[in-house]
Ligand binder design. Structure first.
Ligand SMILES: *Cc1c(COP(=O)(O)O)cnc(C)c1O
Length: 373
């Protein structure tokens, strides 16, 4: 049986992909309905000029709605850039570290944080203030385990490690040092106190839309660190000065980000409501793990479990393969874990409906039953 034959044309399955990931049905429907002609414009968003009044409005509204949701005040600038979160692994140290004598401190709680370290080392001194590799990134540092350097240029953390399923529940306290956070896989999934951060970045394709656009929120005073010899497009000031439009932005990705922001605001109760919804979904799955007598063994330690990526192992790889196969037949797709952790990863981002998680929970309970019999 080919994979295609499992799903009839036009039917949607529950998509547990780690990214690009599930989008709200309402957003897809609106994008579909408006695809041939934006209301009142008569042109598709796919073919519109990025300097047209219609796109002016889309960009303005998207930026305003995003700022509104996150509570971005006058102390910070919010820009949309291209290049994904991966480019931010470079742009952050290019702008905030290059040419400075002090080191940038990285708290490494998973694969993405480790990747960020590699790129930062190209720009200056890096100090790894904590690294969870010894236990394959199954936990966060305990209070007092983080060893900062004397005067770090900034401290970098990853709020949710997408591959391992480890999520900070509250910001680490780094005093007056600018805190930089890769929020890519829990962006817009819960309230965030922007004032606590020097810089926040997040690609859109996990929780907030489609690939092509990355949000960067930067405290105004940090913009003064960028050096004049930076390539124009890699200098945060270029994006701030030009209102996220120094060249052609990814028009469609900006439009979808705007639709997602409005969905969160108008249908999900803002970030507070979004967080309640996400916590309830994740709890359904963690409750199955905890009641399974070790049949489903969670990767992350309970106190740092992610509400976004639920990672767990089954007794052996053959059983895991069976599990994934059976899930696919039931329309629960893309559950295979990342090769560095193995097992299963259920990504239950903002747009994963409760019914999808309930369906997965029911399948997990049944699957365990059949193995016991
Ligand atoms: C997906 C992801 C990235 C990489 O994002 P790209 O847009 O593909 O570069 C970085 N950090 C985290 C936490 C992610 O989840």
């Amino acid at each position: 049986m080919t994979e295609r034959s499992l799903v009839s044309d036009g039917e949607r399955v529950f998509n547990f992909s780690p990214g690009p990931a599930v989008l709200p049905l309402e957003v897809l429907e609106q994008a579909r309905d408006e695809l041939l002609a934006l209301p009142g414009v008569g042109i598709s968003v796919l073919e519109i000029s990025h300097r047209s009044p219609a796109f002016d409005r889309i960009l303005e509204e998207t930026l305003a709605d995003l700022k509104g949701l996150l509570g971005v005040g006058d102390s910070h600038e919010l820009v949309l850039v291209q290049g994904g979160a991966s480019l931010q692994f470079s742009m952050v140290p290019m702008n905030l570290l290059r040419g400075r004598p002090e080191s940038a401190d990285y708290v490494v709680t998973g694969t993405w944080g480790a990747t960020a370290v590699k790129e930062a080392r190209r720009e200056g001194r890096v100090h790894v203030a904590w690294d969870g590799a010894a236990t394959n990134y199954d936990r966060l540092p305990a209070a007092g385990e983080i060893r900062l350097s004397d005067t770090p240029a900034y401290v970098h953390v990853t709020s949710n490690e997408t591959i391992q399923g480890v999520q900070w529940k509250r910001d680490p306290d780094v005093g007056a040092v600018p805190l930089v956070c890769d929020c890519s896989s829990d962006f817009l999934s819960r309230p965030v106190d922007v004032a606590n951060y020097g810089l926040i970045y997040a690609c859109a394709q996990k929780n907030a839309g489609i690939a092509g656009v990355t949000a960067v929120i930067i405290r105004r005073d940090l913009l003064e660190r960028s050096r004049d010899d930076l390539p124009t497009m890699l200098d945060y000031r270029t994006h701030v000065k030009n209102g996220s439009r120094p060249n052609t932005p990814p028009v469609f990705a900006v439009y979808v980000l705007g639709l997602v922001c409005r969905w969160i605001r108008d249908s999900m109760g803002g970030l507070e409501g979004m967080a309640r919804h996400n916590r309830a979904k994740a709890k359904l799955l963690y409750d199955v793990l905890d009641a399974s007598a070790g049949f489903y063994a969670g990767h992350a330690r309970p106190e740092c479990r992610s509400d976004m990526n639920v990672t767990f192992r089954l007794p052996d790889e053959a059983t895991e393969k069976e599990f994934v196969k059976g899930a696919t037949v039931r329309g629960l797709v893309d559950l295979k874990g990342h090769r560095s952790v193995g097992g299963i990863r259920a990504s239950v981002y903002n747009a994963m409906p409760m019914e999808g998680v309930e369906s997965l929970r029911d399948y997990m309970l049944e699957f365990q039953q059949t193995r016991r019999a």
